[in-house]
Design a protein around this ligand. Sequence first.
Ligand code: FIX
Ligand code: ZN
Length: 434
Amino acid sequence: MDRTELHHQVRQVVDTTPVWDLHTHLYPPTFGTPMAGGGRHGADPRGLMLWGIDELLTYHYLVAEVFRVVPSRKLPYDTFWKMTKEDQADHIWQHLFVERSPVSEACRGVLTTLARLGLDPSDKNLAGYRRWFAEQDPDKHIDRVMEVSGVSRITMTNDVFDDNERERWLADGRVGSDPRFAPVLRFDPLVCDWPTAAKKMSAWGYETTEEISPRCIAEVQRFLGDWINRIGALYCAVSLPPTFRYLGPDDRQASSVIFREAILPALEERNLTMALMIGVTRGVNPRLTLAGDALEKADVMSVSRLCADFPNNRFLVTLLSRENQHELAVAARKFDNLMLFGCWWFLNNPSLIEEMTRMRMELLGLSFAPQHSDARVLEQIVYKWAHSREIIAKVLADKYADIAATGWPITEADMRRDVQLLLCDNFARFVAGE
Ligand code: FIX
Ligand code: ZN
């Protein structure tokens, strides 16, 4: 088989293997949706299920990009935020798609998504797209979008410190029972801002105080147990700043004490994985809200120390800075309780996905989870997976060609087995503790 044929065959296998999307910010309609659509769910302005053309266009990646071309000295941040969602979407469409070519990855993503949903991306008028989305029943639309993107399961991010989300779980625990969506317990303030977390938990009936006493630790464990059970968490997750350090057994920083004495023992007891997403500097430009976060390099040695000091815990790890990726891949060679995942956020660009996937495969073989979508708007899974599948297939085909050149045979069954590991089973088996 020549390289072109091999590439074609790998592409076919990658395109037809269902993905378990292991980190998203998506929700089923039970969490409410601001745009009702043609189905049985009424509009809920604070609803968490985001979908449709206006949400796609006002994705925070595109908000950051539109302020590059219409700066805040022309359209002040406050004025933009006071506009309706439709007006914001019109503004972004006009300036990023109509007045210049939409070549950035986030812009291209909107076009791929429209095209794969069967819409005509050359239609420069938003009215037609709006009509089409408004006719969709959100529940059935999820099935269609999952089918088009080849995603078999979506993993949520369920932030227990977000009142909007928390209250929905407390009102009716069945909000999370849609089998298409796996719940994940997220609790950043517990590690990043202990005083605030302690105050909130105490208001919710847990005996937590700013000073971390043994009683406090027991109460954090009770809190975690209650919420893990309530939502049926698949794993737990935090996003941490680049300044995060774990210095070992004598480290008295609040974040380290909470990890060492409360979180990790609670997760070990329940055989649950801890996901660490490290490197985000929140609110570098707070006037951009969600779009105002940036990144810096993280400390890989802290990840290694956690893996070494807690051999009975499992860590899913992704880092935000490109500069950290080589060190992290080497760390994963040292610890079997460390699973690398995804090309996170600012790394989710074709050039960087290719570089990272190639390097990871060279250092780790097939033992990593190459991508997650991080989608915030349902239909984004279409483009995020279409674009990443293309790159994963390209890298894998090159690697197969290299080993085939030695005389090692590669069958289609081998390809299917390998791609299944990359797109689903490495993650599934890791969180299952297999
Ligand atoms: O902390 C996170 O999970 C981040 O992925 C998000 O909060 C971030 O805003 C995002 O959407 C990145 O893609
Ligand atoms: Zn995320």
